[in-house]
Unconditional design. Structure first.
Length: 193
């Protein structure tokens, strides 16, 4: 696995599935505010209908749904349905994430802590999502909501330093100096389970 972050705003995303797993994945995707998200569910709940709105296709997913998609997420479907859908999505040129089926995935969704644009992630390559969640909870304790503002401050300083024409290694040194000067240390209580 090679870890990357992908800007999904201008890419076609398809989310297909059922139940709580589908609703959780939709909530996670909505945090990034994608421009072109299609949700496909054969038996959507009232909550899913409300959240998905006009993005919802109220039926079972078919291969044609994946045409032009960059990413496809499959969640809450039985293996007999997920495996052929994953193959169809891949054949259409999409990268596939099939929840809890690492062998059918082209990428994995890590456990995440979001603090504004600061994103801390943990991945086990799909081998132990429970371990990744446990570590994520520790990170939430170490890096509280105030880190969003800290990132904004550091980004403003970096913009100024770049305008001065400083080289990248100097930008890194100045950022580390800023962290020390501001006393931005992660909270220690997050280390205790």
């Amino acid at each position: 696995m090679f870890p990357i972050l992908v800007d999904i705003k201008a890419r076609k995303i398809v989310l297909a599935g059922e139940g709580d797993a589908l609703e959780k994945r939709l909530a996670l995707l909505d945090e990034t505010r994608p421009d072109a998200l299609t949700v496909v569910a054969a038996a959507p709940s009232a909550a899913l209908r409300a959240r998905a709105g006009d993005r919802l296709l109220d039926r079972a997913a078919v291969a044609a749904d994946f045409e032009g998609a960059a990413l496809v997420f499959l969640a809450g479907l039985p293996d007999a349905v997920s495996e052929p859908l994953a193959a169809a999505a891949r054949a259409a040129g999409a990268l596939v994430n099939c929840e809890d089926r690492p062998a059918w995935c082209d990428f994995h969704v890590p456990a995440m802590v979001r603090r504004g644009d600061l994103i801390l992630t943990v991945s086990t390559g799909g081998r132990s999502p429970g371990l990744a969640r446990w570590i994520r909870r520790r990170l939430e304790g170490l890096f509280g909501p105030d880190w969003a503002e800290r990132l904004d401050h550091a980004a403003e300083r970096r913009t100024c330093w770049r305008a001065e024409g400083l080289p990248l290694d100097e930008l890194g040194r100045r950022t580390e100096d800023l962290i020390r000067q501001q006393g931005w240390q992660p909270r220690k209580e997050g280390l205790i389970p």
